[in-house]
Design a protein around this ligand. Sequence first.
Ligand code: SAM
Length: 241
Amino acid sequence: MPDSPDTNAAVWKSDEQISAWISTAADRERRYAYPRRLLAELLPFGQADEFTFVDLGAGTGAASSAVLERYPAARAILADFSPQMMEQGASALAPHAGRYQYVEFDLASGDWPGAIPATVDAVISSLCVHHLRDERKRELFGEIVGRLAPGGWYLNFDPVTAPDPVAEAEWQRVNDRRDPVAASKRANRTAEEQLRYENHTRYMIPLAPQVSWLRAAGFEGVDVYWKELDYVIYGGRRPAA
Ligand SMILES: C[S@@+](CC[C@H](N)C(=O)[O-])C[C@H]1O[C@@H](n2cnc3c(N)ncnc32)[C@H](O)[C@@H]1O
C-alpha cells in the first residue's frame, strides 16, 4: 500500500481527474467489452423480465448500460459519490432515459441512502470495490446480501493484486507485451498520473480473501466467474430460501 494519504474522494471529485478518466474511456471500454457483456449475462433473468438492480460506484454507468441493453425491462439505481461522474453519466446514459436514477452514496460509510429500496433483485459493482478499505469491503458484502431478494445475485468486476511475486511478474510480462509503451509509461508517470496510480492501487488486494468474505457473508454459488490476469468477475447469490 502506498505511504501517501488516502486521496480517493479528492481524486473522484476533481474535475481534472474526471476529465482524464473520461478521455481514456473509449479505449478502456473496448478492452472491457467482453467482461461487461459477461457480467450482464451472468444475471439469471429472462430477456423480458422486469427487475431492479443497484450499481455500486456506478460512475458514468458503463456496467449499468451493459445490463440495461441486455434486459430492456430492467431498471437501474446507480450509486456514486462523485458529482462529476454522475453528471457525465447523465449524457452517457441518455439512451436509457426513464430507466435509471442516480443516488448519492459514499460507500466508505454503511449509510445506504433511502432512495435504494430495502430489497433489490440484483447488485453489481465494477472497478470500485478496490477503492475501499478491506474492512469496508467485508462489511459491504454483508450489507449487499442483506439487501438482495432471496436468490438475488451480486457480481463484481474489479482488478486484484497477484497472490505472489511470480504471478505478478507473469501478469506484468503479458500486459507489457500487449501494450509496448506500458513499461515506459510506468517509469515516466507525471505527478498527476502517479496520484491516480496510487489511488488505484492503495486498497487493491488479492482475489482469495474477497471470495472468502463473500462466503462468510452468506452468499452461495460463490465463484470467480471470469478472470484474465489482474481483472476478475466474482460473485454469488443470496440463498433462495
Ligand atoms: C474506476 S471508476 C468505475 C466506474 C464504473 N463503475 C465503471 O465500471 O466504469 C470508480 C467509481 O467509483 C466511485 N467511487 C470510488 N470510491 C467511492 C466511494 N467511497 N463511494 C462511492 N463511489 C465511489 C468513483 O466516483 C467512480 O465513479
